[in-house]
Design a protein around this ligand. Structure first.
Ligand SMILES: [Zn+2]
Length: 274
């Protein structure tokens, strides 16, 4: 595909975690008075994140955690622990409200509150991922106007690209590389069966090999409350091992991928076409 990766590498991979906790459940209003439902989200910061941090450390991989600002207030110690371990913090709304359901003023307020909270931890925040990857007509403008450098929420490519008419870089994602469509379960709908790791591992592995072959940026999107179950932690362990063992693959944070893409795409634009 011709994308230029840092020397010695022909593809890239980023491990990303959306630390939604209770907020993703609260986006359905009737759940807000159901402690049992919300406890599924609590499992993320309470149990899963420390286990995930251990795995990342064991493989020497730094990841990107997209955090709703409200979870800096509710789960500050665990978010601080993520940052202290060297991982990147990025914005995932303040609550977990889809931008498509908010006015531009509400969306701006959400973004500003989240940024203030994350930057208040001392984090150099450069990235944004919208809740549920839903984007309004003003999302990109708001994100860029706050000095952020990249988003990670569109599904229209295998390599980073620059949003039209903007400086902003996109690091594309896809449902196939998200743990939620494979494993998410809600008792609000008993029609969805929980998949086994044995069903999902070939999908994620074959996609990884495909990205290597094509020279793309493999962005795996996970949620601590979903990937942090014992069986799935073993899957994450093996995916980390595969990525680290692939010497042609640059394993980096989203911020690092976006920084590289920004420079590489600028060179491509200003370079001599001959
Ligand atoms: Zn989310």
């Amino acid at each position: 595909m011709g994308f230029s990766w840092p020397s010695g590498h022909t593809a890239a991979a980023a491990f990303t975690f959306d630390l939604d906790a209770e907020a993703v459940w609260e986006s359905t209003p009737e759940n807000r008075s159901k402690p049992g439902v919300l406890s599924q989200g609590t499992y993320g910061p309470k149990v899963a994140v420390p286990l995930i941090l251990d795995l990342l450390a064991a493989h020497g991989v730094r990841a990107t955690f997209f955090v709703p600002g409200i979870n800096v207030e509710r789960h500050r110690a665990v978010v601080e622990r993520v940052a202290a371990a060297g991982h990147e913090l990025a914005v995932h709304g303040y609550t977990h409200t889809s931008p498509t359901t908010m006015t531009p003023a509400e969306e701006a307020d959400e973004l500003d509150r989240a940024l203030e909270l994350l930057r208040g931890l001392g984090a150099a925040v450069t990235g944004y991922r919208s809740p549920s990857w839903e984007v309004s007509s003003v999302t990109l403008e708001l994100v860029e106007s706050r000095g952020l450098r990249y988003t990670s929420q569109f599904m229209d490519d295998l390599v980073p690209y620059r949003h039209a008419g903007r400086r902003l870089i996109e690091l594309p994602v896809q449902w196939i590389l998200d743990d939620a469509p494979h494993f998410w379960f809600s008792n609000a709908s008993w029609t969805k069966t929980i998949r086994s790791v044995a069903e999902v591992e070939p999908i994620w592995t074959e996609e990884f090999e495909g990205y290597r072959h094509l020279g793309g940026a493999y962005v795996l999107t996970m949620h601590p409350q979903i990937i942090g179950r014992p069986s799935r932690l073993a899957l994450l362990d093996r995916m980390l091992a595969r990525a680290v063992a692939a010497e042609d693959v640059w394993v980096a944070t989203c911020g690092e991928l976006a920084g590289h893409a920004d420079a590489a795409l600028s060179d491509a634009q200003t370079g001599d076409p001959a």
